[in-house]
Design a protein around this ligand. Structure first.
Ligand code: UTP
Length: 293
């Protein structure tokens, strides 16, 4: 089997309006809400970096400029931390900075849907396979989901690879759902997919999670700008048309997923990440065990 081309670039669509999180998201992008002490979007960048990504393309919109500031030097703050000998804090700030020239930003201009947001990154991607990470879907586990997916991509010899997670039937109408074929460990052949199906029409209980490895041909499909579920240009519809042309797999990544675009999911993420952190887990456990809710 020939080695597939490497996955070097990742698109992070962050142009959504975050209406489920109002009023918090009126002036602050939802991707900048912190899970414990890090903005949601930083977890996605760290996961991508761990998977070997070298170029990060953010698809932003109005009011999202603080995401740019977050991934840049903050000279005054850095000088102040140095002066006060807060070495640990300074090191952690500098460590989280992507290399100069490795981050690009483009604007979606109108929130026409996830498919449209990904299409906006087409000139940055060119003609190579790439990853997409939706920061809302937070993966807690090591290695991160994208690294596990890149491994599967190399093992199967390329094509499209998406992340999947099993959810109860009562929730399935909220998600993109896959029709599975052959299963090999945690790698599942994808025979079809449908966006937000009614429970009785769902082809499985496997929802698509916000991590994708896609061939550049997906842009040809997105070029059609066809509207799908909810009147939005859906990524799922364009991916669906690649099945049969490219091999298509889903990976049930070995990690826990939290939907940070949802209030309860966001609170769960804070607790799960807090409990995974040796510096705060003991105190948090105490609070949770004696909690009077
Ligand atoms: P969501 O479906 O969560 O939509 O988007 P949203 O607008 O961000 O949030 P709500 O539903 O109003 O609360 C899933 C992902 O797709 C991106 C979002 O930023 C998020 O990462 N997205 C969505 C775009 O970049 N552009 C769009 O037009 C829609």
């Amino acid at each position: 089997m020939t080695k597939p081309p490497p996955i070097r670039k990742a698109v992070l669509p962050v142009a959504g309006m975050g209406t489920r999180f109002l009023p918090a998201t009126k002036a602050v992008p939802k991707e900048m809400l912190p899970v414990v002490d890090k903005p949601v979007v930083q977890y996605a960048v760290e996961e991508a970096r761990e998977a070997g990504i070298e170029q990060f393309i953010f698809v932003t919109g109005r009011g999202k400029h603080i995401i740019e500031d977050h991934f840049d030097h903050a000279y005054e703050l850095e000088a102040l931390l140095k002066e006060r000998e807060k070495t640990k804090e300074l090191d952690s700030l500098l460590e989280s900075l992507p290399k100069s020239g490795s981050v690009s930003f483009t604007r979606q201009q109108k929130p026409l849907g996830l498919g449209h947001a990904v299409w906006c990154a087409r000139h940055f991607i060119g003609n190579e396979p790439f990853a997409v990470l939706l920061p809302d879907d937070l993966c807690v586990g090591k290695p991160g989901a994208l690294k596990q997916m890149v491994q599967a991509y190399n093992d199967v010899g390329g094509g499209a690879v998406i992340a999947a997670e099993e959810r109860p039937l009562s929730e399935i109408h909220r998600y993109g759902v896959i029709a599975p074929g052959k299963i090999d460990g945690n790698v599942i052949e994808v025979k079809g997919m449908v966006e937000k199906p009614k429970a009785e029409k769902a082809p499985s209980l496997l929802r698509i999670v916000g991590r994708y490895i896609l061939p550049a041909e997906v842009f040809r499909e997105l070029d059609r700008k066809e509207k799908g579920a909810g009147g939005e240009i859906q990524l799922t519809d364009s991916m669906q048309r690649l099945i049969g042309i490219h091999q298509f797999h889903a990976v049930k990544a070995n990690c826990s997923w939290y939907d940070c675009g949802d209030k309860v999911g966001f609170l769960q993420a804070n607790i799960a990440v807090g409990l995974s952190r040796p510096d705060i887990a003991p105190a948090l456990k105490k609070v949770l065990s004696g909690a009077k809710f």
